[in-house]
Design a protein around this ligand. Structure first.
Ligand SMILES: C[S@@+](CC[C@H](N)C(=O)[O-])C[C@H]1O[C@@H](n2cnc3c(N)ncnc32)[C@H](O)[C@@H]1O
Length: 333
């Protein structure tokens, strides 16, 4: 499991001497960013990450249910939630299913949902994922080719910007996803309109995770070990990153307050849950650069960690220091 140890990184001045003008983006050995905070800039960063992003975020794309990527605990927790929604729909007697993944990246979540929905007996499954980064969409198409060819399954991945209107009809989507910081990349001024548009198309549930104001840092496309320098400017929602391979970029990134997410989506959905996700697991994970390999976590310890997650997930002070913030919204009838 990867760690989030900012304190082990080199100081900015020593690690990234070429980063002299925050926001210009044209510094370092390889620069891809412009500090306009726009979707084009975000797309450029995720495009360049290519398959490396899939490996970083999801682990082995062939082992979709192993949950061994950078967010292993959060992924497992999220999966239990999403699977429960599929089961609830099946229990209502539904046999067809409509899924939407906004900012789908390489499409792992749609693939998981489609595989499980088929096992549960859904006979017609329409799944659309879209992402502003064409490279991510290409990866999603490639990785879902076989699954999308199964009978009763229609899987589409498209390049599109979440800040634009969605093509879906009103109340046509059973489960709409917007996972792992997609919303953090969008300008906050656009969020109320985006929340309204997502609620327009959703007839079941909307599930999102975003990064939280007091949570540990991320460099988006790679593990923290590979970061030489990073700095987040909260007043402008701009984040500068320099990776050890010399790559430098600036991206729009907003860190949410729990109340802010609640207000934005609570205006359009019934909020079933709002909680911190991964308060303890990442922080208690072994750091291979420091702890001995035989420092394993036994079942008792893991059980205690799970208990801590549940006990503090909605507690003020802890929630805003979680790795992710999870919101589950139910469409209003
Ligand atoms: C951290 S990744 C998460 C990907 C995927 N949701 C997952 O959980 O694996 C964030 C994704 O949001 C996408 N994104 C950012 N801004 C977007 C926008 N305005 N419209 C659509 N996708 C966007 C990025 O290209 C990137 O693939």
């Amino acid at each position: 499991m990867r760690t989030m140890r900012n304190d082990l990184l080199e100081p900015a001045s020593a690690a990234a001497p070429s980063v002299t003008t925050p926001g210009l983006g044209a510094v370092g050995q390889e620069a891809v960013g412009r500090a306009d905070g726009g979707a084009g800039n975000v797309a450029a960063v995720y495009n360049r990450a290519g398959d490396g992003y899939t490996a970083y975020a999801d682990g082995d794309p062939e082992r979709l249910f192993a949950f061994e990527g950078a967010h292993a605990y959060a992924d497992r927790r999220l999966w239990v939630l999403l699977e429960s929604k599929l089961i609830a729909l099946q229990a209502q007697g539904q046999t067809s299913l409509s899924l939407l993944d906004a900012g789908c990246g390489p499409g792992a979540w749609l693939r998981r949902l489609v595989i499980r929905a088929r096992q549960l007996g859904f006979t017609r499954i329409a799944a659309r994922g879209f992402d502003v980064a064409a490279g991510q969409v290409q990866a999603a198409r490639r990785l879902s080719r076989e699954l999308g060819a199964q009978s009763g399954v229609e899987m589409r991945f498209e390049v599109a910007d979440l800040s634009r209107p969605l093509p879906e009809a009103d109340a046509s989507v059973d489960i709409a996803l917007c996972l792992y910081s997609v919303l953090s990349h969008l300008p906050t001024a656009e969020l109320p309109r985006i929340a309204k548009e997502l609620s327009r198309v959703t007839r079941g549930w909307f599930v999102t995770t975003v990064r939280v104001v007091g949570g540990p840092p991320t460099v988006f496309v790679d593990s923290m070990e590979n970061a030489a320098y990073f700095h987040h400017d909260h007043s402008s929602d701009q984040c500068e990153v320099q990776l050890r391979n010399g790559r430098f970029f600036v991206m729009n990134f907003h860190l949410f307050e729990p109340a802010e997410l609640q207000a934005c989506f609570g205006a359009h959905f019934t909020v079933e849950d709002l909680r911190g996700l991964d308060l303890f697991h990442s922080r208690f994970s072994r750091d291979s650069r420091w702890n001995p390999p035989d420092l394993t976590a036994d079942a008792g310890f893991l059980g205690d960690l799970e208990w801590l997650e549940e006990a503090y997930a909605r507690r003020a002070g802890f929630m805003e220091r979680a790795t992710h913030l999870l919101l589950v919204g139910r469409a209003r009838g």
